[in-house]
Design a protein around this ligand. Structure first.
Ligand SMILES: [Fe+2]
Length: 271
């Protein structure tokens, strides 16, 4: 099974250039690249901050852009989103019994769980009692099955002073449930606009920098500075038994010089 993760698309006003980038244009190129190179993926997961301010026009733009995507998609809200506007623009978007944008996809090799960590009005994320109860129920249904879990906010401090206060609130409740299930293969998130991987309590996690400008790496001081690094998406490969999960980061925008490893000669501009 192949899954694509795209995060932090941050669509704002059409034509707006933010930190030197047009994010509408960037999303179009991302989708074009996914279609061209990974059209065999089963699903494309957008892990939140779909829009920059939750404006209905931005969700309409997102809907139009996704019309070009050659595979099904799953949308999760981030702190920049507005849940009601998201669901209004995508009425087919699955929600749980309480209206949270949470759902399940049984991919055969593994069960994919999509969580809604949006706390409207706050930058940090939350999984409230109702959302955790839904998760607990889904974990029971998926007992013994390999799991991949997707949400917007990091459920762990990453050693980043600028971003650590803005992660998932009370993450231990979430992590305890995952630990009890015992079969979580990977947790995927966005929010931090950086590539990060590691594990917490034995549970592997990773984040993609996504389409937005990247926060600078500063492990000592909180600095509200971003750099216009190449945007990326993730290609996730899961084997038949769900025992092997591979996450590739794919830069899709820049064209790098290409050389033959046999001759050392430059053979083309980009691939
Ligand atoms: Fe973001």
């Amino acid at each position: 099974m192949k899954i694509i993760q795209v995060t932090d698309t941050h669509l704002g006003r059409r034509g707006e250039v933010r930190f030197g980038a047009d994010l509408h244009e960037r999303l179009d190129k991302c989708i074009e690249h996914i279609n061209a190179h990974h059209g065999d993926a089963a699903l494309c997961v957008f892990t939140g901050d779909l829009t920059d301010d939750g404006d209905p026009a931005s969700y309409a733009d997102l809907r139009a852009a996704l019309g070009a995507l050659s595979m099904p998609s799953r949308l999760l809200p981030g702190n920049h989103d507005k849940r009601a506007n998201l669901v209004a623009a995508f009425p087919e978007c699955p929600v749980d019994d309480n209206g949270f944008v949470q759902s399940v996809h049984d991919g055969g090799e593994a069960v994919l769980l999509f969580l809604d960590s949006l706390a409207e009005g706050r930058v940090g994320g939350e999984l409230c009692d109702r959302r955790l109860a839904w998760l607990e129920g889904q974990l029971a249904i998926a007992a013994g099955r390999p799991l991949l879990v997707f949400l917007h906010h990091p459920p762990v401090e990453l050693g980043l002073p600028e971003l650590d206060p803005l992660g998932l609130e009370r993450p231990e409740r979430f992590l305890d449930l995952l630990s009890l299930h015992g079969q979580v293969r990977q947790v995927f998130f966005g929010h931090v606009h950086r590539d990060v991987s590691g594990s917490v309590g034995g549970i592997p996690f990773c984040a993609q920098r996504g389409l937005h400008a990247r926060f600078v790496l500063d492990l000592a001081v909180s600095r509200p500075i971003v750099e216009q690094a190449p945007p990326s998406y993730a290609v996730i490969l899961v084997d038949r038994a769900g025992e092997r999960v591979i996450v590739h980061t794919c830069d899709f925008l820049e064209r790098w010089p290409v050389y033959s490893t046999r001759t050392g000669q430059r053979i083309a501009t980009g691939v």
